[in-house]
Design a binder for this molecule. Structure first.
Ligand SMILES: [Zn+2]
Length: 114
């Protein structure tokens, strides 16, 4: 395999730190919206609720990414990194270059989308 595991591990660890930091720094934006009509008008309250919904959706994506990064780091530790979790074949290096957390080869990924 042509992949430099240590640099991948390094990049993934940094990515994980970054994701966790964003989770912490955006915690406030996901808090329940104040339903105090006196302090916020109806429109801005709807804005606030929309912002909160977006923040929550972003956070859901972020936690999925965290899971993917953690799984990739575990595959490095287990010596399985770079091999498809479905069929065991090597994952195309180009695929890993685009997304180092990708768990399956092109064929398996396309098969699961069908
Ligand atoms: Zn596969």
């Amino acid at each position: 395999m042509e992949v430099d595991l240590e640099s991948v591990r390094h990049a993934l660890t940094e990515r994980l730190d970054e994701l966790r930091r964003s989770t912490d720094s955006t915690a406030d934006s996901r808090k329940p919206v104040e339903l105090d009509q006196a302090s916020v008008g109806r429109l801005s309250r709807m804005d606030a609720m929309q912002m909160q919904a977006m923040a929550q959706a972003t956070e859901r994506l972020r936690s999925q990414q965290i899971v993917r990064v953690q799984a990739a780091l575990k595959r490095i530790d287990d010596g399985d990194y770079g091999y498809c979790v479905a069929c065991g074949e090597e994952i195309e290096p180009k695929r890993l270059a685009v997304d180092p957390t990708v768990p399956t080869c092109f064929d398996c990924a396309s098969a699961s989308r069908r």
